[in-house]
Design a protein. Structure first.
Length: 391
């Protein structure tokens, strides 16, 4: 969508068209018939813009909840936007740090500005894309939030007057998503410079630990068990070296390297009565041994992120399983053992072994009435299959 079309969409006529498009889609009209109906009273470009917003708003609900119905998006900006609960956590942390003012250097459609403004922080945002800037302005206005946004190059903006600088470098180039920090926009060299002050930079969760500058805190965040991002906190905002934050139905919990006694303290042992699968954020942060310490357990293998213990625990940082019995690891005897137990519905958990669960499940061709969960992994370097049940 071009800037002129978007600005028209914000007019009374544009809002009426957007409302009509929403009603058509919610009424069950497909894209072709909805487009035909809208083009009776407007141009093809405007009809397409309205229908695109309806579609993007629907797709945004999983990220942004009820806010999505009033916001504006481009496909790429929506993909890059932070999930609401993650952005809310980050804004709350910025407020707790004492940030009264924040500049978002590359604000996109303003998702992080929205969260920061709701946390009571005075916000300003810049972006090179005029359409995204216009959308960020419209999104703040639609949600009744203050904030200033303008078109500018983040790498040339003077941000010294703000308590906290935030950046979310684009990790997508002409060939699609990129995992090379040299290809980010702004580039990694600029990020390193920004991290010499009080700042927060959103990065991909796969960022290597050795890339994190000395004195900068790396925080990995998961939402409902899925790792969503990592954030680098610098200057006075950095309180530890590594942190795992998990957000779930019960709220938020955090684990840091200060909670981690290390592998030497927790050790390695055979599988006991319970097995624990650490959250992805914990694994990314390198804090599996902290989970082991928390449940009074140990690792089953020095290179595998499974923890075992003799007692049952509830932990926000790991999913627990009661170990029922070992099963044969080789496929043919495993199939026989599962059929003997009348298993038909099988959940396969695997870690550290070359197994594709969907393909294995198909080859097993189980037809029983019972439901079961198995774990395929390595214990002390040996392939192992365990029949377990979730706690």
């Amino acid at each position: 969508m071009d800037l002129e079309t978007f600005r028209w969409l914000l007019t009374d006529d544009g809002q009426a068209l957007l409302g009509e498009a929403t009603a058509l889609v919610e009424g069950g009209a497909d894209a072709l018939s909805a487009g035909s109906a809208l083009r009776r009273t407007t141009s093809g470009d405007r009809a397409a813009a309205a229908l695109t917003q309806v579609d993007l708003r629907s797709r945004a609900v999983s990220k942004l909840g009820a806010d999505a119905a009033r916001m504006y998006f481009t496909p790429d900006a929506l993909e890059q936007a932070t999930r609401l609960r993650v952005a809310t956590h980050r804004a709350g942390r910025a407020a707790a740090f004492g940030a009264r003012t924040l500049v978002d250097l590359g604000c996109g459609i303003g998702g992080d500005l929205v969260a920061a403004a709701r946390a009571g922080i005075v916000c300003a945002g810049v972006d090179l894309d005029p359409v995204r800037v216009a959308m960020a302005e419209a999104n703040l206005a639609a949600l009744g939030l203050p904030g200033a946004v303008q078109v500018a190059d983040a790498t040339t903006v003077d941000h010294a007057g703000f308590d906290l600088a935030f950046a979310d470098p684009a990790r997508r180039g002409g060939a699609g998503r990129t995992f090379r920090v040299e290809d980010w926009s702004p580039p990694w060299s600029w990020v390193e410079g920004l991290l010499t002050r009080d700042a927060c930079v959103k990065v991909a969760p796969g960022i290597p630990h050795d890339l994190v500058p000395t004195g900068v805190e790396a925080e990995w965040v998961s939402d409902e068990g899925e790792v969503k991002e990592a954030a680098l906190w610098s200057g006075r905002t950095a309180t530890v070296a590594r942190r795992a934050t998990v957000i779930g139905a019960g709220g938020l919990a955090t684990l840091t390297d200060e909670d981690d006694p290390g592998l030497g303290a927790v050790g390695i042992r055979p599988v006991g009565g319970y097995l624990y699968e650490p959250d992805g954020a914990v694994i990314r942060a390198g804090l599996v041994t902290a989970v082991a310490a928390g449940v009074g357990g140990a690792l089953v293998d020095p290179k595998i992120a499974y923890v075992t213990a003799d007692r049952a625990f509830r932990s926000p940082f790991a999913r627990g399983y009661r170990v029922l019995e070992p099963l044969p690891y080789r496929e043919k005897p495993l199939k026989a053992a599962l059929r003997e137990r009348n298993v038909g519905r099988l959940t396969i958990k695997k870690r550290g072994v070359d197994v594709v669960p969907e393909a294995l499940r198909k080859r097993l061709a189980l037809q029983g009435d019972a439901e079961a969960t198995i774990v395929l992994t390595r214990v002390a370097g040996e392939g192992t299959a365990l029949l377990v049940e979730p706690l």
